[in-house]
Design a protein. Structure first.
Length: 340
């Protein structure tokens, strides 16, 4: 559907929203509240921003139920009242996505395919991809150029691999996953021990694999190491940002969100619906309970119970961390008083 065909009324129907204003207002784009032009749709996500609606040039706004929007001009603009703004924003943005860039249907002539590989129906495989022996590729898989699928690896139906992805031997990827450019699954874990004579480090073999569930997204240049003995496992629905390191034998639950540059050491166990902010570091062998949240740049040195929010280095429960930071801000004054 072309942008000119979207109206406040059609979008309200898509979202199941309550319309306040003109149903015929045209929507041709999406923009921030302050940067919007006429015919743009924008978002008023809290009371803090609702006061700017009158000055905004936007024609349509999505607003969560319960937010007060003063001075709304219902004769010229439209408000769409929704239960969940984030879900509604996601639906609207799909209307304005650019055409998907993908290889042509079929297998490019430059692809190297082992005779024992199994490839499903309706696949798209771009140039210079290498598919080694005993690889299994499900129906509808899309593989961009310069991807390597090592011996015995498997891709579930509908999965998308962007350029430069490497899937190590015997690693398993579920259905409808998206792996962005440069993702590496199944590199050896970081495991070494000192030689008996203490003259060098001995590499410890890693004979396990990596197993991904369904509907997982992994951002560019993220690495998931294979298990030392068994599998490194990531549960269905989990989303992982760019430049994340996940060590050998980690067990990550379902529907987790892990932000960029997080580093998770080996044998960490993470429950379901855990949120890990950017640049978090987690030491080996800790357990993080279901629904826990970890603040940015935290260093996790111990187990975190389910449902708790932790921050800082070393990470502590949120309330304790806030008290510590408040105390630190008072130190200059205290030191000055002590000197006197």
């Amino acid at each position: 559907m072309a942008p000119s065909q979207h109206t406040a009324g059609s979008i309200a129907k898509l979202l199941g929203a309550r319309l306040d204003g003109l149903a015929t207002v045209v929507c041709s784009g999406v923009a921030s509240l302050e940067g919007a032009e006429q015919c743009d749709l924008t978002f008023v996500v809290s009371e803090k921003y609702s006061k700017y609606w009158q000055q905004s040039k936007a024609s349509i706004a999505i607003v969560p139920n319960g937010i007060t929007v003063p001075n709304h001009d219902a004769k010229n603009k439209a408000l769409l009242w929704v239960e969940d703004a984030d879900v509604s924003i996601a639906k609207v943005l799909t209307l304005f996505e650019a055409e998907v860039d993908q290889p042509e249907l079929g297998i490019h002539k430059s692809v190297v395919v082992a005779s024992t590989a199994s490839i499903g129906k309706g696949v798209r495989i771009g140039p210079f991809t290498i598919i080694e022996k005993d690889v299994v590729i499900g129906d509808g898989v899309c593989i961009h150029g310069n991807v390597r699928l090592a011996r015995g690896s498997r891709l579930g139906a509908g999965t998308i691999l962007h350029s430069g992805v490497v899937i190590g031997h015997d690693c398993l990827v579920g259905s409808n996953c998206i792996l962005f450019a440069g993702v590496v699954l199944g590199a050896d874990g970081f495991g070494y021990c000192a030689s008996l004579d203490k003259t060098h480090l001995i590499k410890i073999p890693h004979v396990g694999n990596v197993e991904l569930g369904d509907n997982i997204e992994i951002g560019a240049n993220t690495c998931v190491d294979r298990g030392k003995f068994s599998s490194t496992i990531i549960g269905s629905g989990t989303k992982i940002d760019n430049l994340v390191q996940i060590g050998h034998n980690c067990k990550i639950g379902q529907n987790c969100a892990i932000s960029g540059t997080a580093a998770i050491a080996g044998s960490v166990e993470i429950g379901n619906w855990v949120q890990i902010a950017g640049n978090v570091g987690i030491v080996p062998h800790v357990t993080i309970g279901d629904g826990a949240k970890i603040g940015a740049k935290s260093g996790v040195l111990s187990d975190i119970p389910a449902g708790e929010s932790w921050v800082g280095f070393p990470a502590v429960p949120l309330k304790k961390g806030l008290r510590q930071w408040a105390a630190v801000r008072k130190l200059p004054k205290i030191i000055s008083q002590l000197k006197k």
